[in-house]
Design a protein around this ligand. Sequence first.
Ligand SMILES: Nc1ncnc2c1ncn2[C@@H]1O[C@H](COP(=O)(O)OP(=O)(O)OP(=O)(O)O)[C@@H](O)[C@H]1O
Ligand SMILES: [Mg+2]
Length: 283
Amino acid sequence: MEQLPGATVNLLKGGVGKSTIALNVAERLANRGHDVVLVDLDDDGHMTMQLGYQDAYDREADLGGPLLEESDPADLLVDTEFGFAFLPSNDDLETVEDRLKSAQWSDIRFRQNVVEPLVEDGYDYVIVDAPGGRGKLSDNALIALQRVIVPLIPGAGSINGLGTTISRQIVPIREQIDLDVLAITPNRLTETLNQRNEDRVLVEHINREFPEYTPDYARIPEETFDAMDRNELPSGELPKPGIRKRASISKAFKRGQPVAAYDPDCDQLPHFDHLADLVEEAS
Ligand SMILES: Nc1ncnc2c1ncn2[C@@H]1O[C@H](COP(=O)(O)OP(=O)(O)OP(=O)(O)O)[C@@H](O)[C@H]1O
Ligand SMILES: [Mg+2]
């Protein structure tokens, strides 16, 4: 199966930064002159609300139309002021997910009826904010784009959840088709890594277990971990891997803006650019 251009951001549940990353990666790609569609496939509709499309969330026409082969996804697109088109989530997406369960070809509907038509219409990249956890919509997103960015935040359960998700959700899809993990990105980091804090546990785990999926801004050489443990690194040289917790990231999201629009000087913006590079290079 030919890989379509774009990526999905998902896998894990609850507030890890899926929507934030999807929004900012879409904006970074659009900023480079690409025609981009950002799709909110998360039935919680958080991003749709944040971006101010409450009306679209409540409207009758919804993603269920194309998913159930009743309409054209292009009819659902709205323009944003940030250079990309947006396909909003909808109140009815949850029932669509239920209806899909009993439909034929239910895993490739999003690919065939939404992403392929958009690419045929000339869009260069489709970026999907997909629901966390397992489910029809989440599987549809993975299968449609065959590329995933996985955000993780420090703290309880994050790492265990990752192992289980990879074995239950990625591995079975990979038995059938290619599915590239573009990055497992730590998000909302606050600490330096010289103490055994949750940030260190997360970053060390990603670097050791998934070196090929560690984005540049989170990569820490083994020698650096050793040097920190021997207290040999001066405080100015302690690593502060990204994506770090920044007020401007959360404030931008609260206002329904990508970081580049709200605070173009945000020191974490280059990390979203790096993720956009990974999408570009892979597509
Ligand atoms: N790097 C960051 N710095 C500061 N705040 C952040 C950062 N990343 C995410 N946030 C904030 O954390 C909250 C959760 O992020 P987001 O909504 O993107 O996560 P999600 O995985 O999409 O969550 P949900 O499961 O609710 O859809 C939001 O308020 C967002 O603004
Ligand atoms: Mg979200």
